[in-house]
Unconditional design. Structure first.
Length: 416
């Protein structure tokens, strides 16, 4: 009897430990109510002028949280908004791994102001409003006439309050959050919820082959290892795309002008209402944003014209036919702020040979034509081009391929 009770007790103990253990590990992958709310908002098509566009339209997990359409990526690389024929002017960067970016600030280095942090290619989602660049960013698209195109914060709040997840919204942020007097607070809380989701382990997953190799659950091939060594050494990639250890984000959140050419297919060139300059328009990046900050940053604008944010390289290959030729749903992806490059091989070749090849006669030469003609077009913005860290790397074709193979190990959802 006694022994039986002890055994029974031990059994119950084991069962309950197993239960705690299982629910513990399941918990680690489960979203908090705030993250779950942010996820519902992120994927809700209804939160747009025509009820046809969510954040995921331009930030699809299957495409590494960027634009998923081959037709678009292979051309202008800029996505249409909720209202037809309205386009922004840049390629969507990954919305994953954006949350660790600090509030925009600068340090003085070699007598120059080095800007760090913020979201968007030009850092204009500074994080100064909500203490978090990703949350500041999340308030942009709903009201951007070239994106989700809703009229006012009150419209967004009303749609969230009446959505199927409206109760969750009130549960997380309080019963009175849908009171019209609280619209500003509610709009902030919507953005904070999205940022919480973007910071969750479902989005910043760290589940690539690269990550698994640190856990001893995968081994990089010889070629991938060689690519990693070149990435950190001869290729100089690590100088901006920091690659230290398993938690590496592959960005230092600074800004640079790589001399990326114009993308001739950018639909913004032919959108006179929003772009009166037509084909004369250039994307001045961080510098143009700093120029708007008359009270503090404007004096640094000139030295930052043409600089764009160093993007994370996590998931750059994700979903692409270059990386996943056996994936039936694979797509063409676009790279850099204007999507000029259509493959990782193309952009790596540019880093390697920008200053070696002659300049194409036409500044509006596409990547395909430039590769055919053996030239590169002039930079979109001629000033402040970085000539110290790229342009003539002396990489052989095999070395370029090895770097590409390494970049492909950074795709999440790797199955060891
Ligand atoms: C029509 C396409 C489109 C839609 C819809 C859209 N985005 Fe974006 N997203 C972009 C583009 C383009 C950029 C870069 C814009 C720029 O730099 O000026 C961007 C930038 C971002 C960034 C910045 C990443 C970084 O590292 O700086 C985040 C985060 C993001 N979007 C999240 C969202 C969220 C959240 C939503 C929904 C509320 C959303 N996006 C809706 C196209 C879109
Ligand atoms: C001097 C800093 C710097 C160095 C060195 C550097 N990069 Fe970059 N990288 C950037 C910046 C800035 C961008 C965005 C440029 C733009 O859009 O105009 C970028 C963009 C990219 C992109 C496009 C990502 C996307 O989402 O569109 C890839 C891929 C990339 N870099 C890979 C590399 C590789 C591989 C190397 C080494 C061969 C390298 N980078 C070296 C700063 C750097």
């Amino acid at each position: 009897m006694k022994t039986a009770r002890i055994i029974q007790g031990t059994f119950v103990f084991l069962i309950s430990t197993a239960f705690v253990f299982l629910s513990g590990s399941a918990w680690a992958e489960q979203l908090t109510p705030e993250e779950e709310l942010g996820k519902s908002i992120f994927f809700d098509n209804n939160l747009s002028f025509n009820g046809n566009q969510s954040c995921a339209a331009c930030h699809d997990p299957a495409a590494g949280w960027t634009g998923p359409e081959t037709d678009i990526n292979a051309g202008g690389a800029v996505y249409e908004g909720s209202i037809a024929d309205r386009f922004g002017n840049r390629k969507p960067p990954s919305s994953a791994y954006a949350t660790p970016s600090p509030v925009l600030h600068f340090m003085i280095e070699k007598k120059e102001a080095l800007f760090i942090g913020g979201n968007f290619w030009d850092g204009r989602a500074t994080g100064e409003k909500l203490g978090n660049p990703a949350a500041d960013q999340a308030q942009g698209p709903f009201l951007n006439p070239l994106e989700q195109a809703l009229a006012t914060p009150a419209d967004v709040v009303e749609l969230v309050c009446t959505a199927s997840y409206g109760d969750l919204f009130r549960q997380v942020w309080g019963e009175e959050i849908c009171d019209p007097a609280n619209v500003d607070m509610a709009y902030n809380d919507i953005a904070l919820s999205i940022a919480a989701y973007e910071a969750s382990p479902e989005v910043n997953a760290f589940t690539s082959k690269y990550d698994h190799s640190f856990r001893g659950q995968a081994k990089l091939t010889k070629q991938e290892q060689r690519g990693f060594a070149l990435f950190r050494g001869k290729g100089k990639c690590h100088r901006c795309h920091i690659s230290n250890g398993q938690q590496a984000l592959f960005t230092d959140f600074t800004y640079d002008n790589l001399g990326v050419p114009r993308n001739p297919d950018n639909p913004f060139y032919t959108e006179p209402v929003y772009n009166p300059d037509g084909f004369g328009w250039v994307d001045e990046g961080l510098g143009a944003f700093l120029a708007t900050r008359l009270l503090d940053y404007a004096p640094y604008a000139e030295a930052n014209l043409g600089k764009q944010k160093v993007p994370t390289l996590r998931n750059v290959g994700k979903g692409s036919c270059e990386a996943e030729p056996d994936n039936d749903d694979c797509i063409v992806k676009a790279y850099a702020h204007n999507g000029y490059f259509k493959s990782l091989k193309g952009i790596v070749h540019f880093y390697n040979t920008r200053d070696v090849k002659p300049q194409c006669a036409d500044p509006f030469t596409s990547e395909t034509d430039a590769l055919d003609q053996g030239c590169w077009p002039e930079p979109e913005v001629e000033v402040n081009v970085n000539i110290d860290e790229l342009g003539d790397l002396g990489l052989s074709p095999e070395e370029e391929d090895a770097i590409v193979a390494f970049l492909i190990t950074l795709s999440d959802d790797f199955n060891p």
